[in-house]
Design a protein around this ligand. Structure first.
Ligand SMILES: [Cu+2]
Length: 534
């Protein structure tokens, strides 16, 4: 392992030394088949260090309009505190690396798989040709490599990201740290140059006191895993110093597997200017913003004109229908970024263009579909039976645990991992994901309208591959349909329990496209399906 190199690259490594002792607590996973491991507490990582920019993946191409590089997912030892190294799986040894390109560029990435299992590169939020999507049926075996190559077409500007998407291996690979940011700059940036931009990748980790990524518990599988170590660009609650009155553009990715971010900035309003698929038409002032796993947000903040003050950007508690023992952090305010105003002159307010962009409504649909998200639970009057009760219910329930077509090698869960997975199915239209199963068939270029119904007691963030959608109407559990007040391009959107959303989208590229819950564990337990576009 090239230790010196990753020490230079990883921000987590750069923050290694701290006098704070290791606070530990026992794993509450009652369903775990093995002895509970002692876990590393968030407080054992130093906080308040200067915010680091995302480490860049260097462009190896000397051709204008082309980005070429090699991404090598592999195990790396990363120092986290005095005398403790964590073993993470990272692209090129970096926590949350950044690829920056421009609309119209060609992206050409060689994936060299140095993991001991199958992986893929999924380009979340980028409308790519299907063969470049990094779908589970296009797995790259351990020791193998492949090229991902596509053009970032006009309209693809925005903050996107990449992460693995192998069959039955995504949750484990994401839990080990594999994720990166893909920033697509527009040909012409409409925002004034005085705006100070920062990219923030929020992720979380659960480590044992030995520095190993802890195994999934049954609660992780049920709820989506939330790691105790909450990181922003690989750092714990970093600090950002700015002149008073600075207009900040904070572009966030929620790269967590299961953690929801309910963002608030002390004494400040947040102004939403963009979503997953780029800028919206008019700035939307907000008191708070919920960002689910997979979502991005583009926010402006005019920082206070008062010098030498501190304001905390934090994630506030959000109830998303937790099953089983509730970790204590769910009820706590989690600091993400501390913004400090310097003793300096006040930066004047900046004037934004109006509108920021134009979002054309997609118009009347050629086809309408119903999508229902559901969980089929065992009888949980005795909750401890989650592991033991034979699964009852619909047929074919083992399809996602058992055989799958489109044969390939393995990223299969370990026996230990398999033993702890609850026998609960997370379903779309009554079916758990199977590799050969095609739920819908559609035509490229046609407007599709999907009524997505969350028929369950938990929140689920709904993600569609290969395109962006517009949410045109919503219907909460006890109310009527309401039209969306404004349009945005989204690829991931939350559904609260028993909520319905009406989405419109157009698939441009033919092929098989996945749609799924972006709580990674729910996806892997079956809440995923395929539409075949011809
Ligand atoms: Cu879900």
């Amino acid at each position: 392992m090239k230790r010196r190199e990753f020490l230079r690259y990883t921000t987590l490594g750069g923050l290694a030394l701290s006098g704070s002792g290791l606070l530990v607590h026992a794993l509450a996973g009652r369903h775990s088949q093995t002895l509970p491991a002692a876990l590393l507490d968030n407080a054992s990582i130093p906080a308040g260090q200067p915010l680091q920019p995302l480490p860049r993946i260097v462009n190896l191409s000397d051709q204008v309009g082309r980005f070429h590089s090699v991404l090598t997912p592999a195990a790396h030892a990363v120092p986290v505190s005095d005398g403790l190294e964590a073993t993470l799986w990272l692209y090129n040894g970096k926590v949350a690396p950044l690829i920056e390109v421009r609309e119209g560029d060609e992206l050409d990435i060689t994936l060299m798989n140095e993991l001991d299992q199958d992986t893929t590169l999924h380009w979340h939020g980028v409308p790519v040709p299907q063969a470049q999507d990094g779908a589970p049926w296009d797995a790259v075996a351990s020791g193998e490599s492949r090229h991902y190559r596509y053009i970032l077409h006009r309209g693809s500007a925005g903050l996107h990201w990449f992460h693995p998407h192998p069959h039955e291996g995504t949750a484990r690979q994401v839990a080990h740290g594999l994720a990166g940011a893909l920033l697509v700059r527009p040909r012409l940036d409409v925002l004034p140059v005085e705006v100070e931009e920062h990219l923030l990748v929020v992720s979380d980790l659960r480590l044992t006191t030995e520095g190993e990524v802890a195994s999934h518990t049954a609660e992780d599988w049920m709820n989506g895993r939330e790691g105790e170590l909450l990181l922003v660009n690989g750092q714990r609650a970093p600090r950002l110093d700015v002149a008073p009155g600075t207009t900040l553009r904070l572009r966030l990715i929620n790269a967590c597997a299961g953690r929801y971010l309910r963002l608030r900035l002390e004494d400040h309003e947040l102004t939403l200017i963009g979503t997953d698929g780029g800028l919206i038409e008019r700035p939307q002032p907000l008191k708070e913003l919920l960002i689910t796993p997979g979502e991005r947000a583009d926010l402006l903040v005019r920082v206070s004109e008062k010098p030498e003050r501190s304001f905390e950007l934090a994630s506030h508690p959000y109830t998303r229908g937790w099953m089983g023992a509730k970790p204590t952090h769910l009820d706590e305010i989690a600091p993400l970024l501390s913004i400090h105003t310097l003793n300096a002159g006040v930066s004047p307010a900046v004037k934004l263009p109006n509108p920021l962009s134009h979002i054309e409504p997609l118009g009347e649909p050629a086809v309408r579909r119903q999508v229902e998200l559901a969980e089929v639970m065992p009888d949980h009057s005795d909750h401890s039976a989650v592991n033991d009760t034979p699964h009852a219910g619909h047929g074919g329930n083992d399809s996602h645990h058992g055989s799958h077509g489109r044969g390939h090698g393995g990223s299969h869960p370990s026996d230990e991992d398999r033993a702890v997975r609850p026998k609960v199915d997370f379903l779309i239209n009554g079916r758990a994901f199977a590799m050969n199963d095609v739920l819908f068939e559609g035509q490229a270029g046609e407007v599709e309208e999907w009524d997505v119904f969350n028929n369950s007691h938990m929140d689920h963030p709904f993600h569609v591959h290969g395109t962006h959608f517009q949410v045109i109407a919503t219907r909460d559990a006890d109310s009527e349909w309401q039209d969306a007040p404004w349009l945005a391009w989204k690829d991931t959107v939350n559904l609260a329990p028993y909520q319905r959303l009406r989405l419109r989208m157009v698939f441009i590229e033919p092929g098989d496209w996945l749609f799924h819950c972006h709580i990674i564990e729910h996806e892997e337990l079956g809440m995923m399906a395929t539409i075949r576009i011809s």
